[in-house]
Design a protein around this ligand. Structure first.
Ligand code: SF4
Ligand code: SF4
Length: 98
């Protein structure tokens, strides 16, 4: 799903490569192909595609993934898609945000 993009460089997704055992579960459950397995380890290949759904962290058997899951800025991404503008969640204005 390459057409919906998260706001750039704001995803909270973190991967502890040392802890990863390369099971591949994150590549299976991630709906946006954020991970690949290379040399028996997961690697983040598309951080900005992460929608912070939390599926990867929940399904990682060794807690190698951390992400602050929730609605995040998904609304901003959807609004941007609908209005054909850059996604924005209003972080730069006075409203509180993620
Ligand atoms: S939080 Fe969701 S979208 Fe982001 S990497 Fe994990 S499974 Fe993929
Ligand atoms: S689910 Fe966890 S252990 Fe499995 S490949 Fe992904 S990061 Fe590594």
């Amino acid at each position: 799903m390459k057409q919906l993009r998260y706001l750039r460089n704001v995803s909270t997704l973190k991967l502890d490569v040392e802890t990863c055992i390369g099971c591949g579960m994150c590549t299976i459950v991630c709906p946006h192909a954020v991970f690949v397995i290379e040399d028996s380890k997961a690697r983040i290949v598309d951080l900005d595609a992460c929608m912070e759904c939390g599926a990867c962290a929940v399904n990682c058997p060794v807690d190698a993934i951390a992400v602050r899951s929730g609605v995040g800025c998904a609304t901003g991404v959807i609004q941007g898609a609908l209005q054909r503008t850059e996604p924005t969640c209003g972080c730069s204005d006075k409203s509180s945000c993620c």
